[in-house]
Write a new protein. Structure first.
Length: 184
């Protein structure tokens, strides 16, 4: 989805337990909650807030989704291992509560990565908030669903090739609309 995530070598799917209906309010096979690489960015952004261990990250994401989605440990822990191998996070210390869990914190490289990819970070966190609303039962009205379908079709039927400037222009339009929707 974002250039910064391409070739990251991570799964980043974040597939996990879901309750109720999938995004968009339709029953049946649910949509992916995180796009490729989004879990990686979400974990880094949450670690930028404060050092956490894996279980805390899982619970924090669950809270951000209003309890309607929980990423699986099978997605979170391998992603943490990958981020550590890439030098973006490091173990800080054992949990002060004495439970022996390793807390992770961002390295300088991790902070630099977040700064260099701030638009992607903002996009992921906004989508997390919006998905949390959708998954928690706040149903999307039919007219809004139709508008979303129109947007998808416009993107698929975009004439010509996608230049870098055109891609950036469309990304900015969509992300600005998402921010305005989230602020209401």
């Amino acid at each position: 989805m974002f250039a910064s995530n391409q070739g990251c070598g991570c799964n980043g799917s974040g597939m996990g337990r879901r309750r109720g209906m999938g995004m968009g309010g339709r029953r049946g096979r649910g949509n992916r909650v995180f796009a490729h690489g989004d879990l990686r960015i979400a974990l880094l952004a949450l670690l930028a807030e404060q050092p956490r261990h894996g279980y805390e990250l899982i619970r924090t994401i669950e809270e951000r989704f209003a309890g309607s989605y929980t990423p699986s440990p099978g997605a979170v822990y391998p992603t943490l291992t990958l981020l550590e191998e890439q030098g973006l996070i490091q173990p800080k210390a054992l949990d002060p509560a004495g439970d022996g869990k390793r807390r992770f914190e961002l390295t300088q490289a991790g902070m630099a990565f977040l700064q260099a990819n701030s638009a992607s970070v903002e996009g992921v966190m906004t989508r997390m908030e919006l998905a949390g609303r959708a998954l928690s039962g706040q149903m999307t009205p039919e007219n809004v669903q139709q508008a979303m379908q129109t947007l998808r079709q416009a993107l698929v039927l975009h004439p010509g090739s996608w230049s870098e400037s055109e891609s950036q222009r469309v990304q900015n339009i969509i992300e600005q609309a998402a921010r305005q929707i989230a602020a209401s």
